[in-house]
Design a binder for this molecule. Structure first.
Ligand code: ZN
Length: 645
């Protein structure tokens, strides 16, 4: 481009005017005007009651049919929202891609809708004059295979999440919108959930009117094979274990197994000194067909795991912190919630900066309560903590990324698989958070000479407003103040060092103060073996630095570990080990055989149709983590895990 000298000496305003009219304006793009804003939520009641009727009977096609009547006050523009930011997911994961067949009418006449081009979860429309309600119908096409998401319907059970089944008006807090829900269930199914039933007619259950906020926090499960266990007979608030399974025999549980679940309720009450529900339902699905999940709610939790949970109790300890974790969330997460995470409706973005409390301390109490209740033995719990300590001690990504930054991962990664977990890091605020709280607990015990502990924090912080389930929010400073009230210390610096530090290594001081140290041996603990079996993997993370799936395909390769240095990457398939067809035991034997020798471990691997032979230069044998008592040290970790009487 060439400028005439005159153009350079005229005033700026003139240049601007020339650019606006000249050739540049035609060739350099400028932003289009923004879309019209969507009405922000206000804390005022939405007039009238939304009637929401769901037909969940199409098991063959896994399609939920939705019919909604949304009252309207008068003519004019209106926006309906599909829930986007989901509590417990901490992320914009509302499954809008599975909404289909949307038709809106008023008094039988069609009402045109237009999706917002920026916020695709918003539907704009014009309420016609004279209309008193909008009739909204659509389908939720739930996943029929894991490729599309979590399977929510099988021939014998279903998981009904109201956030997938409702459009709601913009402009109001979700607690200010009234809904009267009903659901038609398949014949022979029994349903469970936290909602109160108003009436049953045939296969349709109508629930008492509730708020949109409570509705979305109150999913249902239903199944052909169903069993309910009362976990707190005669207690102030009923606590039910509602179990559905693929087969009736998977519902069989021994007295001792149920006893441990009853003890979970007792131990939680001793820890928190309160409850925050009218009644509580564990919505527990034991299935290989429906997708597993763990999702907390105020008065219930969705807990999906292996069908062998009861029938192979001794082989499934790695599944047994799940209920303790989700139950803890009724206090930590639902009742007490980070102020920046709480949102007035389901389409305002969440901020996840305090998930190391919300999830990290829940992870901590989940294992502690499972141990105190007898869902896990003390040894199983120590083995689980050893694994966490070892995983985070090998988290090399710590050098570029601090723990606090991982609290954004629900939004960044949205739980998609990561190829280089040890380098990228993931939602490390869960389990590294658990180590931070072990660190804090043992420090309080040390400073107070055993008089106080993190139990005192739990009672003071979560144990207020007994019986109430009105959420109380908190900030970082509130956490620091509550810790200081238990034991005066520079807790702000303590937390900042662990949240913003770069290591080296995991925060393992809590192990030492707890009377243990992290060691490795060639023998794998039963707990870790059960975790491998549940995940259907072979875990050699701490030896050659790989985790291997069913067909020899690598799921993860430790950054800068022996396998990484040999040129392996996630997705590569191991075909042969030292000249023989791969199986996990042969690979483990090859690792044992190479110990203390100079000989390599030779692998034949396959990427697509390319075969490669490579050598792993590793000679330290199999390594599995364990906790070893430190001779002469006070074992305060033993006291942490001991049941409270
Ligand atoms: Zn959680």
């Amino acid at each position: 481009m060439k400028f005439a000298l005159e153009a350079l000496i005229v005033g700026a305003a003139t240049v601007g005017a020339m650019v606006g009219q000249g050739a540049m304006a035609q060739t350099t793009p400028q932003p289009a005007p923004p879309s019209p804003p969507i009405e922000a939520p206000r804390d005022v009641p939405y007039p009238g009651v939304i009637r929401l009727a769901v037909d969940a009977t199409d098991l063959a096609r896994a399609i939920f049919q939705v019919r909604e009547s949304v009252p309207v006050a008068g003519p004019g523009p209106m926006t309906l929202l599909y829930p986007k930011w989901l509590p417990g997911n901490h992320s914009p994961t509302g499954p809008i891609d599975k909404l289909a067949g949307l038709v809106i009418t008023a008094g039988g006449a069609p009402v045109a809708w237009r999706r917002d081009p920026v916020d695709v979860y918003a539907f704009h429309l014009e309420v016609p004059a004279g209309a008193t309600a909008l009739d909204v119908t659509f389908q939720f096409l739930s996943p029929v295979g894991t490729r599309e998401g979590r399977v929510m319907m099988t021939p014998d059970m279903l998981s009904l999440q109201w956030n997938t089944l409702v459009l709601y008006p913009a402009g109001h807090f979700s607690r200010q919108i009234s809904v009267q829900p009903s659901v038609k269930m398949p014949a022979g199914f029994t349903l469970a959930g936290a909602l109160e039933t108003a009436g049953v007619a045939g296969s349709t259950t109508t629930f008492k009117r509730t708020t949109l906020n409570t509705l979305l926090d109150s999913p249902l499960i239903a199944g052909r094979y169903f069993r309910r266990f009362d976990l707190d007979p005669g207690g102030a608030a009923a606590v039910n274990l509602d179990v559905i399974a693929d087969h009736p025999q998977e519902l069989a549980a021994t007295e001792a197994e149920i006893g441990a679940h009853k003890a979970l309720v007792r131990q939680a009450y001793k820890l928190f000194g309160s409850h925050h529900y009218d009644h509580y339902d564990f919505l527990f699905s034991l299935s290989d067909k429906m997708g597993g999940n763990g999702l907390e709610h105020h008065q219930s939790s969705e807990d999906g795991t292996t069908p062998k949970y009861f029938s192979e109790w001794d082989k499934t300890p790695a599944a047994r912190d799940l209920l303790a974790h989700e139950y803890t969330h009724s206090w930590n997460g639902k009742f007490r919630r980070p102020a920046d995470l709480w949102t007035p409706n389901f389409n305002v973005p969440m901020r996840d900066s305090l998930l190391w409390v919300y999830e990290g301390q829940t992870q901590y109490w989940g294992f502690v309560l499972a141990a105190r209740a007898g869902l896990l033995t003390k040894q199983q719990t120590l083995d689980a903590i050893a694994d966490v300590a070892a995983v985070y001690d090998h988290r090399v990504g710590r050098v570029w990324r601090d723990l606090e930054d991982t609290t954004d991962d629900p939004i960044i990664a949205m739980r998609r698989p990561l190829s280089w977990l040890s380098w990228q890091r993931s939602e490390d605020y869960y389990s590294e958070g658990q180590l931070v709280w072990l660190d804090a607990d043992t420090l309080i015990r040390q400073l107070s000479r055993g008089k106080r502990s993190l139990d005192d924090f739990a009672k003071a912080f979560f144990g207020v407003d007994d019986g109430s389930y009105v959420t109380r929010t908190y900030s970082f400073d509130d956490i620091v103040s509550a810790l200081n009230a238990v034991e005066p210390y520079d807790w702000a610096s303590f937390l900042h060092a662990r949240l913003e530090g770069h290591g080296p290594g995991a925060p393992l001081d809590g192990l030492g103060r707890g009377g243990y140290r992290l060691v490795y041996s060639e023998v794998e603990s039963d707990y870790l073996a059960s975790a491998e079996a549940l995940r259907k993997i072979t875990d050699l993370s701490f030896s050659i630095g790989v985790a291997i799936g069913k067909d020899g395909a690598l799921i993860a390769v430790a950054w800068d570990g022996p396998a990484f240095k040999a040129g392996l990457t996630a997705g590569t398939q191991i075909v042969a080990v030292n000249g023989e067809t791969y199986d996990p035991d042969k690979l483990k034997q090859a690792i044992r055989d190479a110990r203390g020798t100079a000989g390599p471990i030779v692998l034949l691997v396959k990427d697509n149709d390319i075969f490669r032979t490579l050598s792993i230069d590793y000679h330290d044998g199999l390594r599995y983590p364990h906790l070893e008592p430190v001779a002469g040290a006070k074992a305060s970790l033993d006291d942490i895990l001991r049941p409270r009487s």
